[in-house]
Write a protein that binds this ligand. Structure first.
Ligand code: GCB
Length: 582
């Protein structure tokens, strides 16, 4: 059974588009009927309503069921679903006349957490993981006239899932991202990867895949602004490759997020996309963007609109989050703790913001479970596949705060290998929380050897919040992963906007106390010789069922620099000034 599930997942993943949206698309966003199936009885909802005969004693109907809006989490849409974790069936009709020379790809931007998709009663896809996109070729299932699409969505937390039983964010359920029916020619460009050479500014590598394994097909690649027109030919897997020398390329960077129009054509298909080119690499303990050291002025962001207690899911939501990040003065964002929507990624790229994207391997995952390992590998591959042409994506994160055990090491090694096989152009990272102050050595040292395998090391360190200060911050020495670039991937503390005191009481939840934590951490960071950037935790207060303080938290993790109503706290100004001066 397990083998079968895995095979289905792989088939779906293989048929995966790059992060372009140049196609004719029919949006399936909007109102879907929904049925709560609390006990997973699954009775016939996959088929929807049909003209039943006299003797059919079916007891299901979805057509008159209440509506849920797609994209969107279910928790924020109906009071009765506020804390629901379980199964909900979604269903909708679509009327169309399929054209015989076209294929139809049904694409889900994100379904939280498990999805089983049916078209006219036939199962066309299963998918696990809330944050990665999947699609299925449904050409064979569609018919002229009325078509019925059903999705079984389940967001129950399970031990073998990723993330697993407990995590520090809200477990929103539902079809939380766009659903589209993508119409492509029957023989189409199914994927492509077009990026600058890792180390050279004058060489672009291109790989183009066609939907069918046909040798000898011509693929033309044009970059008009660079006056490039290249003819490529497919091999017998339907793949064409080219190395394209370029001159006077303007490379993408925060100060000038330049994108070029790139067009691909075959005898049957055309796609076109804005693509940027940049080099991202490590030299010694520095991160180089286009050959120059860069200091990463970062921020962490969850995909949530805290003001409305809901998951962020539209382009307007992405703009709102990114406007606030940009006001802070960032040049980098860690999209915590999972792949976020295409809107976030594309909009960040247009604004010249570097991205760290990661998969939700968060703390206590079932590392010894091979099926969990398989899921993690697939999630990382799906993450990379969607955004591989996005030059803003510079860092792929494989894990956050995991314990140093042999099972974990084996798991992460496998994951990393799969990641590096999928993408050789980006830097691989993980966030660790095992940098500890060693009193004997009188300095911070690293207690987790796995970091040697990574390109850049993220350290999460909550000095002044979860941990007291061993001495004055300016006197604290760091000797952590000294041979690698080190990014402080999380730090901070909690405060509720509007609470004030003189800033020296830990349990006060005051803005002053949080601001002081920030001030002191910045003093300490000045002593980290291999520091390449900082990433405060976090931009906005965010919902978390683990935050139970009834007066101050009210179900929110209050480490935001900005409160849940959008109010900037004092610590926001400290980071803003720090970034202005760097
Ligand atoms: C961490 C986690 C993050 C939590 C944060 C906290 O280290 O990576 O997901 O939300 O700490 O606030 O405790």
């Amino acid at each position: 059974m397990r083998r079968k599930i895995k095979l289905i997942c792989l088939l779906i993943a293989a048929n995966f588009q790059a992060n372009a949206q140049p196609r004719q698309e029919i949006s399936l966003n909007g109102e879907w009927n929904s049925v709560i199936d609390q006990y997973d009885t699954n009775r016939g909802l996959a088929r929807g309503d049909r003209p039943w005969g006299k003797n059919d004693r079916e007891e299901h109907s979805i057509d008159d069921a209440p509506m849920l809006h797609v994209p969107g989490d279910w928790n924020s849409q109906r009071e009765e679903l506020k804390y629901y974790e379980g199964t909900i069936w979604y269903g909708r009709h679509i009327t169309l006349t399929p054209e015989s020379d076209k294929r139809y790809l049904l694409r889900f931007g994100g379904v939280s957490y498990r999805a089983r998709v049916y078209v006219n009663g036939t199962q066309v896809a299963t998918h696990e993981g809330s944050f990665t996109e999947f699609e299925a070729d449904v050409t064979a299932q569609l018919r002229a006239g009325d078509n019925y699409i059903a999705v079984r969505v389940n967001n129950r937390r399970e031990r073998d899932a990723i993330p697993a039983m407990s995590f520090d964010w809200f477990n929103y359920g539902g079809i939380t991202r766009d659903v589209t029916l993508c119409v492509v020619p029957s023989h189409y460009i199914s994927d492509y990867f077009i990026q600058l050479d890792k180390h050279r500014a004058d060489l672009i590598h291109a790989r183009v895949n066609l939907s069918d394994s046909v040798a000898g097909e011509t693929v033309n690649l044009y970059i008009p602004e660079l006056k490039k027109s290249v003819r490529m030919t497919t091999d017998d897997t339907g793949t064409a490759y080219a190395d394209i020398p370029v001159k006077r390329l303007v490379r993408w960077c925060p100060a000038n997020p330049k994108l070029y129009k790139v067009r691909l054509t075959t005898s049957t298909d055309t796609v076109s996309e804005d693509i940027g080119f940049r080099n991202i690499e490590v030299r010694g303990t520095q991160v180089l963007l286009n050959g120059e050291p860069i200091f990463l002025k970062g921020i962490n962001i969850h995909e949530e609109i805290p003001m409305q207690k809901r998951r962020a899911c539209t382009e307007a939501d992405a703009i709102r989050l990114l406007d606030e990040a940009q006001a802070l003065g960032v040049n980098m964002i860690r999209l915590a703790h999972y792949q976020q929507s295409r809107y976030m990624v594309c909009e960040a790229e247009r604004r010249g913001i570097l991205l760290w994207q990661e998969i939700p391997v968060w703390q206590a995952i079932d590392f010894s479970n091979t099926s969990t390992q398989d899921k993690a590998v697939l999630m990382l591959q799906e993450t990379i596949r969607r955004d591989k042409n996005r030059c803003a994506d510079c860092f792929w994160g494989i894990a956050n705060e995991t314990r140093n055990t042999p099972e974990r090491n084996h798991f992460l090694a496998r994951l990393l290998q799969a990641g590096r096989e999928t993408d050789t152009t980006r830097l691989f990272v993980a966030a660790f929380d095992l940098a500890r102050f060693d009193r004997q050595q009188d300095k911070f040292v690293m207690k987790d050897d796995f970091y040697h395998n990574l390109d850049v090391v993220g350290i999460n360190k909550y000095m002044g919040w979860y941990e007291g200060w061993p001495k004055a911050p300016k006197d604290i020495r760091w000797d952590v992963c000294s041979d690698k670039p080190l990014l402080i991937s999380e730090f901070g503390g909690e405060a509720k906007y509007g609470i004030h005191d003189n800033g020296d009481v830990a349990g006060s939840w005051s803005e002053e106390f949080q601001a002081r934590i920030y001030q002191m951490n910045l003093e300490m960071f000045a002593n980290i010789p291999n520091l390449v950037g900082i990433c405060p935790w976090i931009l906005f207060d965010f919902r978390s069922p683990t935050r139970l303080h009834q007066t101050f938290q009210e179900g929110f993790n209050r480490k935001g620099l900005v409160g849940d109503k959008g109010e900037r706290k004092q610590a926001w100004h400290i980071i803003h000034n720090y970034y202005k001066e760097r």
